[in-house]
Design a protein around this ligand. Structure first.
Ligand code: BGC
Length: 779
């Protein structure tokens, strides 16, 4: 009854004179709106392939003085809004990507300065986005709906305190414009001949535009935005403009990145510029896009012929370093091409550098892998027809990610989708948002549900994430428990295993060397341990008891099944030992010491090369350090022949590759079916680098207590790291001159630290316990 009345009231007052019933604290953008606006959609007939952007428009008159105006906007698709021709906000690809049916974000904008006295106009463009554009595989359009649509509500507070609301409704108009085609994977087509000049300004004649359709959706899925939106960041100018052996005209921007290129051109009406994007050149130096699979990643720009024209896409993004330009009127000049990056606007958190330039390039590549793939959700890769929130990749990289940027809000938001898409039986789908409709439950992938919340608590010291995710964590452990066999083993279901581990002759790594169920038992234990830790923090003693007894059974079963009498593991692989040691699967003492020896021996057998995949790699050097093999950890880190972290660096990589050998020593490529050059998972070594080269470690959740303990090795003569923890900036710097070591350390106020200062040989640490302040040591 109340709702109906409100609706009638809202419609009948049209847009003005709304009294103070729905109070909005105008300056507080976190205020949740009461939705009185209606979803609107265009009336156009559309098919699945040609779906131009929709343009929505509304004119209103404002006669009064305004104190504040807040616009709440969301869309089925992606939107860009203007008020009186000015862009609303500086966020891109909004409303971002979530499990739309359950959680659709709206954004709130303070538009006070944009509303004027007299005629005003709202103009919103809506593209297909993740909502109904192609995403995932197979029949991949319309994942969440067939129609794009807009929900817009602006709440105005006048200077006398009265309020009004302007919302999308049947009085709005819709039309088409210059964005003729827009797809995340395939790119955007903009035809300036079809531009409706000044369409977002009040005076525009929209008599030829159609009435909109008012649609009704249950708005219970609407949620405020809690993470930083995608914004523009760095820009790049061409470092080289050249012609390939095949005669293609290319521009090299010098960095593999994610975003798009802003193009200026002057030509005749109908001139058609096509811009394709690629990450690498082939062996012969030609443009290479086979690894993008079906993604066309092409911008098509058609000129109106009206002087200098500027083109820039709206509803797509590309992963690229090179562009191939066709049809450009005139010579390719650097001033007409600017690449701009787009990624979630996370605050930078850390820096790391040292005396070895190859390691500095590796750190650069890790951070750029993060920039390119933290685009509202943590994606596996940003360029091919995939770009999905693969859970395994995200958990593998999480700890490293925290060092480079503040990812608290980014992951708080994504974890909500993890929980939202979790199956009723507790399984976590392989990708979040779940567009693959997989059964989920893959070891090391589904464990994202326990690993990230716990690590987030360790890094940011905020229990809220544990409170919010506890049910989800428990449900995933419950799933594994429900699928244990009579021997207490979680030996059930399909798994990716130690994905893309080194195995000569094994192409996709789908049959990783380490037994998948052996891995599964380790992650079962790990997730259970993290649940116990969480139950302790949240003070749930019954759960602690329950899961401690489960953990014992898991480990007993593991030791019975996978450990030989002499202490070797059934899979005699690096990853098997790494996981067993990292997750404390073996009894304390001799068994662990021996396992670490087997691990070191195995590395030696491969001539000091790692052979680990997505699951073993993040922990490899940590385990070596923990068991006294720091030198070996450095040897692996500095190894520069395949497989190793520095091999791609030596091959000229500017981001982390999906595979250890994406480009082989002879310049040929790995299987193009899966060969991304911007895939952050192996960048997980960054965590070890920050914690050991710079020596910055959290000894208590949120860095309330800090340990500074650099490991001197790898012939490094100096290193420097900084990290913005919740209490402020930590910095740690060391330098060796002759046989003297100096250390400069800054610890934030309200924290304490144990600072370990080695001698110039990296031995005989002396420990100092200090409070916030700046310290210098020399030995
Ligand atoms: C993705 C991965 C992902 C994997 C799972 C790939 O297609 O790119 O990074 O984790 O599939 O097997």
């Amino acid at each position: 009854m109340r709702t109906t009345l409100l609706k009638v009231f809202f419609l009948s007052i049209a847009i003005f004179g709304f009294a103070a019933v729905f109070a909005v604290k105008a300056q507080n953008i976190t205020t949740k709106p009461v939705w009185r606006a209606h979803w609107i959609e265009s009336n156009f007939e559309e098919d699945k392939t040609v779906r131009p952007a929709q343009y929505f428009r509304k004119v209103f008159t404002n006669k009064r003085k305004i104190k504040a105006a807040i616009a709440y906007i969301t869309a089925h698709g992606m939107y860009e809004a203007q008020l009186n021709g000015k862009r609303v906000g500086d966020a891109y690809l909004t409303p971002g990507w979530t499990s739309y049916k359950k959680r659709l974000q709206y954004q709130a904008y303070d538009v006070t300065p944009l509303v004027i006295k007299g005629e005003n106009s709202i103009g919103v463009t809506v593209g297909n986005g993740w909502y109904r554009g192609a995403i995932g595989w197979g029949d991949n359009t319309n994942r969440w709906g067939t129609k794009s649509g807009l929900l817009f509500q602006m709440e105005i507070t006048f200077s006398d305190g009265t309020k009004a609301t302007i919302g999308s409704d049947g009085t709005w108009k819709s039309g088409l414009g210059n964005i003729q085609y827009n797809e995340i994977y395939h790119g955007e087509t903009i035809d300036h001949r079809l531009a409706k000049k000044d369409w977002a300004l009040p005076g525009y004649d929209d008599s030829a535009w159609s009435a909109v359709k008012v649609a009704s959706y249950d708005n219970s899925n609407l949620v405020p935005t809690i993470n930083e939106p995608v914004k523009k960041h760095e820009t790049f100018k061409p470092v080289k403009i050249f012609t390939t052996p095949k005669g293609e005209k290319l521009i090299d921007f010098g960095q593999n990145m994610v975003g798009w290129v802003i193009v200026k051109a002057k030509g005749a009406a109908g001139d058609h510029i096509s811009i394709q994007h690629a990450e690498v050149l082939d062996k012969e130096g030609n443009f290479y896009t086979t690894n993008l699979r079906s993604a066309k990643a092409t911008a098509n720009y058609i000129l109106s012929g009206d002087g200098e024209e500027v083109f820039e896409p709206h509803f797509t993004f590309y992963g690229f370093r090179y562009i191939k330009v066709e049809g450009y009127p005139g010579e390719l000049l650097p001033e007409n091409f600017t690449a701009v990056t787009l990624y979630s606007d996370m605050a930078p958190a850390g820096t790391l550098s040292c005396s070895n330039p190859l390691l500095n390039q590796l750190q650069h590549n890790i951070a750029w892998g993060q920039r390119g793939n933290f685009l509202d959700v943590p994606t596996d890769c940003p360029q091919r027809d995939e770009r999905l929130g693969w859970t395994g990749d995200a958990q593998a990289f999480f700890r490293t990610a925290t060092f480079n940027f503040n990812v608290k809000n980014f992951f708080t938001k994504w974890l909500k989708d993890v929980a939202a898409d979790q199956r009723a039986d507790g399984a976590i789908p392989h990708v979040i948002p779940d567009v693959l409709n997989s059964d989920g439950g893959a070891t090391g992938w589904a464990d994202v549900s326990t690993i990230i919340p716990w690590q987030m608590y360790e890094v940011y010291g905020d229990k809220q994430v544990l409170i919010d995710q506890y049910a989800s964590m428990k449900a995933w452990v419950g799933y594994m428990e429900n699928h244990t066999n009579v021997n207490g083993l979680f030996a059930y279901g399909d798994h990716f295993g130690d994905w893309l581990s080194f195995k000569p002759g094994n192409d996709a790594g789908s049959d990783a060397i380490t037994d998948k169920y052996e891995i599964a038992q380790c992650f079962f234990a790990h997730s259970t341990q993290l649940l116990i830790n969480t139950a302790k923090v949240l003070n749930k003693p019954d759960d602690v008891t329950k899961y401690e007894s489960l953990l014992k059974r898991i480990k007993d079963a593991y030791n019975k099944e996978y450990v030989t009498g002499s202490g070797r593991l059934m899979s005699n692989t690096q990853t098997a030992y790494v996981l067993a040691l990292q997750f404390d699967m073996l009894p304390d003492g001799e068994a662990r010491i021996k396992a670490a020896q087997y691990l070191a021996g195995n590395i030696g057998k491969y001539n000091n090369h790692l052979t680990t995949g997505f699951l073993g790699t993040p922990y490899l050097c940590h385990v070596l350090s923990r068991f006294g093999y720091n030198d070996l950890a450095y040897t692996l880190l500095l190894q520069d022949t395949f497989p190793s972290w520095l091999y791609p660096v030596k091959m000229g990589a500017t981001t982390i590759w999906e595979r250890w050998d994406g480009i082989k020593p002879d310049g040929s490529f790995q299987n193009p079916e899966m060969n991304s050059f911007n895939h952050y998972a192996y960048g997980a070594i960054g965590d070890w680098m920050y914690q050991n080269i710079a020596g910055i470690q959290a000894a208590e959740p949120g860095y309330k207590k800090i340990v500074i303990k650099p490991i001197i090795g790898g012939k490094l003569t100096w290193a420097e790291g900084t990290y913005d923890c919740p209490f402020g900036k930590i910095s740690s710097k060391w330098k060796i001159t002759g046989n003297k070591l100096t250390m400069d350390v800054t610890i934030p106020q309200n924290t304490t630290a144990d600072i370990y200062v080695p001698d110039a040989a990296g031995k005989n640490y002396k420990m100092y316990t200090v409070k916030g302040g700046t310290y210098q040591y020399s030995r």
